[in-house]
Design a protein around this ligand. Structure first.
Ligand code: NAP
Length: 309
């Protein structure tokens, strides 16, 4: 099979196209013919060595959509089924074939393309877990979402609307109309020093919930725009605050995009409440260009590789 792999950790230019033996599914696994793979900041982290945990050589790619080719024992999917799946933590998605675990795979939503489905796995799964399962976001509450125009943020704004909450989005000005179209009630530019005060003016007392996908200074500023006793959920694990003041309850988490969460995304997509946001689809041969665009830090929605092209 054709893959994009990494034999040495020296950044995006170390990602090479290569041929590797086809994998064979074991118990609880399906062999998926990968049609499309999402590209995320985590891929950039692994190929640069900033993220650890994968032994060389490795194939990046942690979210794919494709067609089941073969199944191991104990699976309820069949060859020919269209599925989408998280490949966390082993990766292997930038390849014509990938091994998917039954507990992290679900039938693809109807009426979406393979690139759209691949784009939803980690972005949608993380947004769902962060807002619904961990943030316990409720109808009528305000939720402040940083990095709102990115992969996770674009899904989070829509999921917040779907639960009846009121999303406040933080992004560069060129993304403000985009975010209003997704359902953001108010938009704020993090380049303005006083943007947290602007939030507190718009929502006296501050937001009920924060989903922070930006980290760093923006994440720290965002906490100041949360109301006393509010909740804060952090997905940028490096530097996430260990302790918060004013009774704010905070948590950071590594997303578990399991079958149940993918099925929850299916229901939102089927209901028309969640639309995949794909900035661009590039062929596997342009994997370095796709990673470079993600590394630039300003993709709108998701970057996706089409493997079969
Ligand atoms: N814990 C987990 O399990 C988990 C899961 C998924 C993602 N993550 C992490 O969460 C973060 C977001 O993920 P993602 O996939 O949504 O990333 P992404 O798509 O690459 O996010 C891009 C967005 O980040 C915004 N941004 C860039 N620099 C910023 C800054 N200084 N302040 C505020 N916003 C800034 C950009 O906004 P503008 O273009 O509008 O400026 C852009 O829209 C990443 O660090 C990722 O690694 C963690």
């Amino acid at each position: 099979m054709r893959v994009a792999h990494v034999r040495q950790l020296s950044g995006i230019d170390s990602v090479e196209l290569a041929e590797r033996p086809d994998p064979t599914p074991g118990p609880g696994q399906a062999l998926v013919g990968v049609e499309a793979a999402g590209v995320g900041p985590w891929d950039v982290g692994f190929v640069s060595g900033a993220a650890s945990g994968l032994a060389l050589p490795f194939v990046p790619g942690f979210e794919v959509a494709g067609v089941v080719q073969a199944v191991g024992d104990g699976l309820d999917v069949r060859p020919g089924d269209h599925v989408y799946t998280s490949l966390w933590p082993g990766g292997g998605g930038f390849a014509e074939l990938a091994l998917a675990s039954a507990d992290r795979m679900a039938p693809m939503p109807d009426r979406v393309s393979f690139p759209e489905a691949a784009s939803l796995v980690i972005a949608g799964g993380t947004a769902y877990e962060g807002l619904v399962d961990r943030g316990r976001l409720r109808s009528g509450e305000t939720v402040l979402i940083t990095a709102a125009a990115g992969g996770v943020g674009s899904a989070a704004v829509q999921i917040a609307v779907a639960v009846g909450a009121r999303p406040l989005a933080v992004a560069s000005p060129n993304n403000h109309d985009y975010l209003r179209d997704l359902g953001a009630l108010e938009v704020f530019d993090y380049h303005a020093d006083d943007w947290p005060e602007q939030v507190r003016t718009a929502v006296p007392g501050g937001a009920d919930v924060l989903l922070d996908g930006a980290g760093g200074q923006t994440g720290n500023q965002a906490v100041t725009a949360v109301r006393d006793g509010g909740r804060a959920v952090f997905i940028v694990l490096a530097g996430a605050p260990a302790r918060l003041e004013r009774g704010i309850v905070g948590e950071s988490f590594a997303a578990q995009v399991n079958r149940q969460r993918l099925e929850s995304l299916n229901r939102l997509v089927d209901a028309g409440a969640l639309r995949a946001q794909v900035e661009a689809v590039l062929p596997l041969g342009e994997v370095r260009a796709a990673l470079a665009r993600v590394a630039g830090g300003h993709t709108r929605g998701k970057m996706v590789l089409e493997i079969t092209k």
